[in-house]
Ligand binder design. Structure first.
Ligand code: SF4
Length: 362
């Protein structure tokens, strides 16, 4: 038997999926709101034109899954203070560079002479610190359970090799507490498309308690448009049958129990702590802080970064977008004052931001 050409097989799968979606949505028989928690899903939905393929009673809502977007304004302002520290080299992921502060950004600080370097991995920051021991290096650590094990591994290596000139600004987040906060904050969500890559680490069981508490199905979903369609279809079928629970569409990567090794590495370097999120405010047990034995890597303490009262970016409604209360075009600044060339808020900057996705794909 010969396989059909790839495009043909994708087209056939898409057609089949749309029929399945239409059947399930018809069986649900009411308007439903499905939240894609992850920014990568948001862009897959835009890139694949998935909104146009969905039955009319299915509304897709973006959630708090873009790591740059959820970083609080307080943390952004404090990172800018850190970047101005004389003689310090700051390493950051590229998405952070253009995130606006109230009066500046990392990009502007770099133009003004700060030594700010874009890296693709914290390993590069460690390598720089070891290559040039006279240089002080600070890494801006943002991200979810996908990136934090890598940062933990780097810190453990640096600790083992007594690297004294490396530090981190630790602003990692945990996704499940944020999903609770979205539901507690008044956003009506009927089902979650949960992030495939985070689910690889934490395992599908991590969503069970939330699913039970709110009677909402969750489906850990891959990142191709066809994956997302199937994840939504599985959610609709659960709703139609009145089933809740945590399910897996992304079976090629998400396994029961998650990745214990990654999680254990994470917990050797960090402990769970309260964290502040853009839009969602302070959420108990939703972040990570350095364990006591690694606190000497804390950039905030090492460089005496002062606390800063958070100030909202004028007119920006990223917080409401991240809570699923509005869609990006409902922000009055969308496409007018706020564009990817002139972003007012982080959701228009980041490659995972929902405003950027809506601007780009419509
Ligand atoms: S369109 Fe711009 S100003 Fe409005 S919520 Fe999005 S990022 Fe913020």
């Amino acid at each position: 038997m010969t396989c059909p050409p790839f495009e043909e097989s994708v087209a056939a799968r898409t057609r089949h999926m749309r029929e399945r979606l239409a059947r399930a949505a018809g069986a649900v028989g009411r308007h439903v709101r499905v939240m894609e928690v992850c920014g990568t899903h948001t862009h897959a939905i835009g890139r694949g034109g998935l909104r146009a393929m969905l039955p009319g009673n299915v509304e897709l809502v973006s959630g708090p899954g873009c790591p740059v977007c959820v970083t609080s304004q307080r943390d952004i302002e404090r990172m800018l203070v850190l970047a101005r520290h004389p003689g310090l080299t700051v390493c950051t992921f590229g998405d952070m560079i253009r995130v606006p502060g109230i009066t500046s950004s990392l990009e502007r600080e770099r133009s003004a002479g700060a030594d700010i370097r874009v890296v693709y991995s914290p390993v590069e920051a460690l390598a720089l610190a070891e290559r040039e021991p006279e240089r002080e290096v600070a890494f801006l650590a943002v991200g979810f359970e996908t990136t934090s094990p890598g940062v933990a591994s780097v810190l453990l290596q640096a600790h083992g090799r007594a690297v004294a000139n490396l530090s981190v600004y630790a602003s990692h987040k945990l996704i499940v507490p944020a999903m609770h906060a979205v539901l507690d904050g008044g956003s009506r969500i009927d089902g979650f498309v949960t992030p495939g890559h985070v689910s690889v680490v934490i395992g599908p069981e991590a969503y069970e308690a939330l699913s039970t508490q709110y009677s909402i199905p969750c489906v850990a979903t891959g990142f191709e448009p066809i994956d997302v369609l199937e994840g939504i279809g599985m959610l609709l079928e659960c709703m139609a049958e009145g089933r809740t629970g945590s399910f897996v569409q992304y079976t090629r990567a998400v396994k029961p129990g998650g990745n214990r090794r990654a999680w254990d590495t994470l917990l050797r370097a960090f402990e769970v702590a309260d964290a502040e999120w853009r839009g969602l405010g302070a959420i108990p047990s939703s972040g990570l802080r350095l364990k006591p034995e690694l606190r000497h890597f804390d950039a905030v303490a090492r460089y005496a970064v002062p606390d800063i009262e958070p100030v909202d970016l004028p007119g920006c409604r990223c917080g409401d977008v991240l809570k699923g209360l509005i869609h990006p075009p409902e922000c009055p600044l969308f496409r007018t004052a706020c564009t990817p060339r002139n972003p007012i808020g982080p959701c228009m900057v980041s490659s995972e931001g929902s405003c950027a996705a809506r601007y780009r794909y419509g």
